[in-house]
Design a protein around this ligand. Structure first.
Ligand SMILES: C[S@@+](CC[C@H](N)C(=O)[O-])C[C@H]1O[C@@H](n2cnc3c(N)ncnc32)[C@H](O)[C@@H]1O
Length: 246
């Protein structure tokens, strides 16, 4: 009897962990390989943490509310939290988009997504999907996103040109990409705004606006992606070099 109970417990626990593991996968076939693109001519920051700073501090600055307001995020939308990490934005976006919307929490670090899946399960958030990506390719379904946010993660993208190119098809017509980062070198976990503008425009993204966030929140730069049939060919993309590019 005890042995049976132990076996059932084991199966249940395996089922739970397998359930999470099964949910953490690529959501789309590979895009264009990294070798087709130039490498960045500047430092790329190491991945060191699943979050930027304490959630209490970020809430005190209304970081999530400000990003939602400036990007006009609304109930019913599907929003990609790219480089979701511990999910500060994922859980807040989940509540904002509500039962008719959804959030795709995307990251290259499987263990971060596994922990985030547990967090959303604990919070009973049922409108969050998880997407594993590669440093050069977010592997997101075509035309799946009304908006994408990349918060304090751009400086960690090892292959930004390939990444941006492969991200574009996941955005619906009219979708916006909001990038939050700090005005400091990539080696210090920031992206100088001129460097960001140069790299985004090299792939054909167009800047819509840039806003300063409260306190030490950094900037929010808003871009529209290149039209699907209008992306620059990978071989025509030229890596940014020069002033402010460290
Ligand atoms: C400092 S954390 C920020 C997490 C979250 N966005 C936040 O604001 O708290 C950076 C995250 O970006 C992820 N990351 C780094 N390179 C990435 C890439 N190429 N594609 C997707 N995620 C990436 C890391 O695994 C990490 O979870």
């Amino acid at each position: 009897m005890m042995a049976l109970a132990r076996a059932v417990m084991l199966l249940v626990s395996m089922g739970v962990s397998c359930g999470h593991a099964a949910d953490i996968r690529y959501l789309a076939p590979p895009g264009v390989p990294a070798k087709e693109f130039p490498s960045p001519q500047r430092a790329v920051a190491q991945i060191v943490s699943p979050s930027r700073s304490s959630e209490e501090h970020r809430d005190s600055l209304n970081e999530a509310g400000e990003i939602a307001r400036l990007l006009e995020l609304k109930p019913g939308m599907t929003v990609g939290d790219i480089g979701a990490g511990a999910g500060y934005h994922t859980v807040r976006l989940s509540r904002l988009v509500g039962p008719t919307g959804s959030v795709i929490a995307q990251d290259v670090t499987r263990s971060y997504l596994t922990a985030l899946a547990r967090r959303t399960q604990r919070l009973k958030l049922t409108n969050v999907r998880f997407a594993l990506g590669k440093p050069h390719d977010p592997r997101l379904p075509a035309a799946s996103l009304d908006a994408a946010i990349l918060v304090h993660m751009y400086h960690e993208i090892a292959q930004p040109y390939a990444f941006l190119y492969n991200l574009a098809p996941a955005l619906k017509p009219g979708a916006r990409v909001g990038i939050v980062d700090l005005e400091r070198p990539a080696s210090e976990h920031g992206t100088p705004i001129e460097l960001l503008r140069c790299e985004l425009s090299a792939v054909g993204y167009r800047e819509i606006a840039t806003h300063q966030l409260a306190g030490d929140g950094g900037y929010l730069a808003v871009f529209s992606p290149p039209e699907p049939g209008n992306r620059k060919a990978p071989r025509d993309i030229v890596a940014c070099r020069g002033t402010g590019i460290r």
